[in-house]
Every structure is written in C-alpha cells, then in structure tokens.
Design a protein around this ligand. Sequence first.
Ligand code: UD1
Ligand code: CA
Length: 455
Amino acid sequence: MSLSIVILAAGQGTRMRSALPKVLHPLGGIPLLKHVIDRARRLSPARIAVVYGHGGEQVRDMLSGEAVDWVLQAEQLGTGHAVDQAMPGIGDQDSVLVLYGDVPLIGVDTLAALVEKADDGALAVLTAELDDPTGYGRMLRDEAGRLVGIVEQKDADADQLAIREINSGFLAAPAHCLKRWLERLDNRNAQGEYYLTDVIAMAVTDGVPVESIRAPHEYEILGVNDRVQLARLERVYQRRQAERLMLAGVTLADPARLDIRGDVQVGQDSRIDANVVLEGKVVIGERVSIGAGCVLRNTTVGDDVELLPYCVIDESEIGKRCIIGPFARLRPQSVLAEQVKVGNFVEIKKSRIDEGSKVNHLSYVGDTHMGRGVNVGAGTITCNYDGANKYLTEIGDNVFLGSDCQLIAPVKIGDGATIGAGSTITQDVPPGELTLSRVRQQTIKGWKRPVKKPR
Ligand code: UD1
Ligand code: CA
C-alpha cells in the first residue's frame, strides 16, 4: 500500500502582515513549509502534493529544489476544497495523509501512527486537549465516547464551545473513501467554506471506523498565524535543538541563549558559551570551545579549536587547534590550516593560511596565500584592491612581517624573508633577506617648538 501526502499551504496568512507568504517565514532559519516537507519525507511517501495559493509562485520558486507535486488552488474555498484539488493525482488504493504547511513541529512518529490506522481502513484524526480551545474545531463524541463529528468554532453552540478536545487538522484516510466524501461536501456553514472536517460525520454515516490519536506534545499541533505565535514556536524549536546537542555530549552555558538556524553538527565535549548563533551548514569538531557572542555561518571548525568571544565567521574552514579572536572576522573562502592564530581586530578574506602562522593583531589579509610559520606584525595590510581589480599576495614559509607593513598586490614575499616594520612593499621580495622601505630617521638638533604669538 502506498502513501500520498497532501500539504495544505494555500491560505493567505493575512495576520502575518507580510509581503512574504506565511509558509516561507523561517523557523530556525528554515521555511515553515520546508519543515513540514522534510517531516513528510521521512515517512517515505510515494507522493507529496503541496497545495499552494494564487500568487504563491514565490513559494514554488523558493522551494523549487523540493521533489513535490505543486497543486494550485486558485481560490481558497476551504480545507476540504484544498485537499480535493490534489486528489486527481492520487491512486484509489493509497492512504492519504493531510498536513498543514504552517504547523511545522509535528512529530514523525505521530504521523506514522495516523498512517497506520488509515492503512487498516480507518479515518484517523489527530486531536489535542487544550486549556484554551478558542479558534479550533471541537471534537464531538457520543455517550459511548465515539467520535461522531467536528464542529468549527464559528458554527458551535455554547455547549460545544465548552469542549476542550480540539481538531489539529491533521488526518489520514484511505484514498477511495476520502474521494467519495470530498465529492459530497457542501459549504452551507458560517464561513461558506468546504470544510475538510465534515468528512468525520460522513465516515460515521458510511460505517467506516473513525479513530483519534492524541498528539503527545502540544507543540506538535501548534500552527503559525501571526508573528507572536512564530516567535513562540521558534523558542520551542530552539529548546529542542539545544537538547539534541546536549544529549550528544555538548556543554551549553545556557540552552536558552544559543540559536541554531540551519543544519548544525557539534562534536563531543565541545562547549558553547552564551549568545552564540550558528547558521546554515555548520560542522564543529570535538573539544571545540566557542566563546560568547560568536556568529558562525556555513563554516567547518576542526577539533580542539578555541574561538574566543565575539568572532564573526562566514563560509570558512578552520583547521584543528586554531585559536581565533576575540573580535576576529573571517569572511567567505578563508581557509586556515592547523594551529593558526588569528587575533583581535583581524579581518581575513578569501585567503589560505598554512600551518602554524600567526596574524595576531589589527590586520587585513585578503586574497592572500600565506605559507607556514609566518608571523604577521600588528597593523599589517594586504592592499589587494586598486579600485577596479583584486590582486593576489603570496607570502612564503617562515616569513616575518614587522608591524604596520603594507603589501601592495600583486606581490610575492620569498620564504624566510624578513620585512622591516612600517614598510610599503611594492615589488617582489627575495627569500631569506631583510627588506625594508623606510625613510631614514633624522634628528634636527636645536629645533624649537613654535610658541603662540602674543596679542
Ligand atoms: C482548521 C480546521 C479546524 C482545526 C484548525 C487547526 C477546517 C474546516 N477546520 O481550521 O477544525 O481546529 O484548522 O488549525 O478544516 N488552507 C488551504 N486552502 C483553503 C483553506 C485553508 O490551503 O482554502 C490551508 C491553510 O493554508 C492552512 C490550513 O489549510 O495551512 C488550515 O486552514 P485555516 O484557514 O487556518 O483553518 P482553520 O479555520 O484554522
Ligand atoms: Ca489556522
């Protein structure tokens, strides 16, 4: 028996007050709809259909890499109508699972339990018991406790409004049943919509077993309608990410002050201090220490690295045992070999720095290949840009650059060269020698400072 999953994502999302469609708003750096697609995929379905709305081209464009069938619901006539749009592509023998594109934290095990019931021929709905059920459809049960229907908030009477068991909206059913029921839907209700929820009463009439499953955690069924709810779910998601890392052997100074926005792996016995942000694809080795306030994006960090506080590192690779910061900035395509030191107020861009080299203070290194064991003095600048083009600086092994040097690229410094402090290097430098470009120091004997004229 194969599984077809239908994800509803055509709603307007008016309450977000945003030019960006609701399902594209990020949770943990990943669009809401992508969370749902990823979870759906873990059930190995034969087909995932995403029902998107008129003007939802932005949704299709942003998630164009996803292998899903896009189904247009040009007019939003209700959840039942939305599911019906996807039915022509679904085989009668399939089980169908309906998900919402704006409910991102649904558990995969919970979904699997729904599908199992549908595979056995039942209609299965996911419910929850809420202290405040306002806004949700309420589950109607007979005296024996059997489900007999769902009533929407806007159609409910006072007794029904007091029911705290709510409809999450997620359901699973055999496709041939669902197709039959969807054909019979009408829109004679308070909202003039085709309600998917009306299929419950139809199943009861048809004698198809109706089963309910309780969501094990409340957050699994929480949807995003406005930015307040989005922020609340973000905290739930971050808490779970933090717990995943801690259980994998990572020490967090404060699990509430780490933000993970993407796909992040951290090795055992690494420690992360407060207010760290990890974005995109970040891979951190073992026994790494990440200081307070560091921001890492699409970066790989080797074992035993020490990142001191407040480093900003973007699209870079850091080798084992490097020590970086505090206050260092690594811009895209910076590659540090093992045991490199990058100190405070240093900016590195598109450069390779080989093993054991040190750039400890107040320097700019861009478009550079630096060999091993190089020592770069404070305030050194690679002048890589003439206002129109960028040029390469090549520094050999074991070079010693005095403080405050400017290397005007393109330029090569030979192995073992020493450059005197304050030099402006415009031509290639031979290996093993001392090179300097410096105006000779002079003293004017007897010189007097000017004094203010009397007035
Ligand atoms: C729906 C349920 C309600 C449940 C609640 C849970 C119905 C009739 N009601 O109500 O019982 O408690 O969800 O959150 O199903 N959508 C479309 N096309 C449409 C209408 C909606 O794709 O024409 C999508 C929305 O984008 C959203 C989902 O379906 O992802 C739910 O729609 P929404 O309008 O939020 O349903 P509710 O009225 O909240
Ligand atoms: Ca809703």
